[in-house]
Design a protein. Structure first.
Length: 131
């Protein structure tokens, strides 16, 4: 479990996350993606971390969304180990990867959704294999 980002304070529903989506258009653009993350399973918990909505399996973080001035992103805490046949993931870190989304540009919804569920399933598997 040393390579997992754990958040013991994660909860079933954090109202500050819904508030985060109001205001900036790029934040609003990310709301449907975060709803897909929330809907992955009954064991999904959430919290605000580094000022962005973060989702966990139990207390182990698997995904987040964020918005910047020119793009938004969906990030995966163990993204380096995820299958990415569409080549959407960016980043060079040891573990984390993200997808950049730009206002008005098309998104391969099926590929993004597949990565979300792959990240969720990957975290579930990691937690099952941890003694």
């Amino acid at each position: 479990m040393n390579d997992l980002m754990l958040f013991p304070g994660a909860m079933a529903y954090d109202p500050s996350i819904d508030a985060w989506f109001t205001g900036a258009p790029l934040r609003l653009m990310m709301q449907p993606w975060y709803e897909r993350i929330r809907a992955c399973g009954r064991d999904v918990r959430e919290l605000m971390h580094d000022v962005c909505p973060t989702a966990c399996v139990g207390e182990a973080a698997f995904a987040y969304v964020n918005a910047f001035s020119k793009h938004a992103s969906i990030g995966f805490y163990q993204g380096a180990s995820l299958p990415d046949p569409s080549g959407l993931l960016e980043g060079t870190g040891k573990r984390m990867r993200h997808i950049k989304l730009h206002w008005g540009q098309p998104v391969d919804e099926a590929a993004v959704t597949a990565l979300i569920f792959a990240a969720y399933n990957d975290m579930q598997a990691r937690l099952r294999s941890t003694p």
